[in-house]
Design a binder for this molecule. Structure first.
Ligand SMILES: Cc1ncc(COP(=O)(O)O)c(C=O)c1O
Length: 480
């Protein structure tokens, strides 16, 4: 088959053309039984929601249309082999960690890792050794990772099986994956890349190099985030001999439903087809509009635009207007009638994609130009090096042990049962299994007084925190 075919969609359509009467699941029977509302919104798409029946292949042991679609995706995205994911990059990150690590194996991970990587560490019962990303001095967000920091981490933990890195970041900042790959591979480790925000990179030369092009062993991409597949559909790419493919397939089976959605899989197939046939042209239009818009935005004082590696990610600093990012986001969502991707105390993030062009950029600029100035500029973030918790017990043990709620003031000396992540920069101060100290309690109190938001913790106001029960901690015999 050639790249102009769409094997999964074609297999579904060929099945439907045979006008079958279905005595199989799903129970809505090719859309016929869907509720009126859902049926009318989904329309013909309800008919595509099929299951593993003859001709439609099997995601977990593909020999037909799915195998072909994955092969075409591997060609398009520059991998040796590609796996379709119907549980997002979340499933891909977990499978990557579990493919690389067995119990008590060490893996180098960035301090600002995505939650799914933590869950991978817990399920693999692996030991994280953290390295730190840079913090952007003007925008206060986590940035890329330097090669020097990777060299330090590799030297400190030569026993590590792999290094996992997030590149690009949510804000479109990339690390030098080629140089990092050289360091990691020289040390006999695998390079795993959480490339959730980089699925579009393969399709335009003005976008950063992909992880596969840069020599990564495994890379996971949220096709649904920056390309046109349906939400929850992603891809995992692999190349080279370092990754045990049989082990990887088994881990993927652990993470994925035995009833994968054909709508999601067909959407991955179609997104790949769209990029191969017209992706460059669509991206050219979006990139041209983004470049022209960015030039204008840079003149819209006092707004500030982050110079990201991905020109389709606009992190816009709004503190010069006397507004917090969250206030700006809320104003844009209400009066501006547009919804941006996210906000933090200083910035908002607008995501552009191949589906955007001059009209959308114009609307965004118009709304940004109307943001109401509100008094004195707010203090800009200062790039302080925040403290990080000291590990008291293994992450995976901390996940299992009974916890209790204590007031923040009484947390010193206790072991955290949760993540405490000030945003920005989104780098956790504490992970499960790390110890609260007096200094950390004080630091968190200062951040709270400054209005910083927290994520990861049960009580997002951090009046109280979750800690492991003393009786449970004392039973653990932990050695660093
Ligand atoms: C860096 C990063 N990795 C992984 C994920 C998980 O991706 P998905 O939503 O496709 O499961 C996200 C989601 O936001 C993310 O930002």
């Amino acid at each position: 088959m050639t790249s102009s075919t769409i094997p999964i969609l074609q297999a579904i359509l060929s099945h439907l053309r045979s006008q079958p009467v279905g005595f199989h699941v799903p129970g809505h029977k090719m859309g016929r039984g869907l509720s009126g509302e859902l049926g009318s919104w989904l329309g013909a798409a309800g008919r595509l929601d099929l299951t593993e029946i003859p001709g439609l292949d099997d995601l977990h042991a593909p020999t037909g249309a799915i195998r072909e679609a994955q092969r075409l995706a591997a060609d398009a995205f520059g991998a040796e082999e590609t796996f379709f994911l119907i549980n997002g990059s979340t499933a891909g990150n977990i499978a990557m960690v579990m493919a690389a690590c067995s119990q008590n194996d060490t893996i180098l991970v960035p301090r600002n890792l995505h939650k799914s990587v933590i869950h991978g560490l817990v399920l693999a019962r692996a030991l994280p050794a953290f390295y730190r990303p840079t913090v952007h001095p003007e925008f206060g967000i986590a940035g890329g990772v330097t090669v020097a920091e990777v060299e330090r981490a590799v030297q400190e933990h030569p026993e590590a099986k792999a290094l996992l890195i997030t590149s690009p970041t949510y804000h479109g900042i990339c690390s030098d994956l080629e140089a990092i790959g050289e360091v990691v591979h020289r040390a006999g480790m695998m390079l795993l890349v959480d490339e959730a925000h980089g699925a579009h990179f393969a399709f335009h030369e003005r976008l950063p190099k992909t992880a596969m092009e840069s020599g990564a062993d495994l890379a996971v991409q949220s096709t649904h985030k920056l390309l046109g597949s349906l939400t929850q559909s992603s891809m995992l790419h692999v190349q080279g001999a370092r990754v045990d493919r049989v082990r990887l397939r088994k881990r993927l089976q652990l993470m994925q439903s035995t009833s994968p959605s054909y709508l999601l899989m067909a959407s991955l197939d179609c997104a790949r087809h769209q990029m191969v046939t017209e992706g460059r042209e669509m991206l050219e239009r979006a990139l041209a509009a983004a470049a022209a818009g960015a030039a204008r935005l840079r003149d819209m004082h006092p707004l500030q635009l982050l110079d990201a590696d991905d020109p389709l990610k606009w992190t816009i600093g709004v503190t010069g207007l006397g507004l917090s990012g969250t206030e700006a986001y809320d104003w844009l969502h209400g009066a501006g009638r547009m919804t941006l991707e996210l906000s933090d105390p200083y910035n908002v993030l607008a995501v552009l994609s191949y589906a955007d062009g001059p009209r959308q950029v114009e609307r965004l600029l118009t709304a940004l130009s109307k943001l109401p100035a509100s008094g004195q500029p707010l203090a800009v973030p200062t790039a302080v090096e925040p403290p990080v918790g000291k590990r008291a017990i293994h992450l995976y043990e901390a996940f299992d042990l009974p916890s209790e709620t204590v007031p923040l003031r009484e947390a010193a000396g206790r072991v955290s049962a949760e993540m405490v992540i000030p945003y920005p920069p989104g780098i956790p101060l504490l992970m499960p299994g790390e110890e609260w100290t007096e200094d950390m309690v004080e630091y968190v109190e200062q951040l709270r007084a400054a209005g910083v938001r927290f994520s990861g913790a049960e009580d997002s106001a951090i009046n109280t925190v979750q800690v492991i029960r003393r009786s449970a901690v004392s039973l653990i015999d932990w050695k660093e």
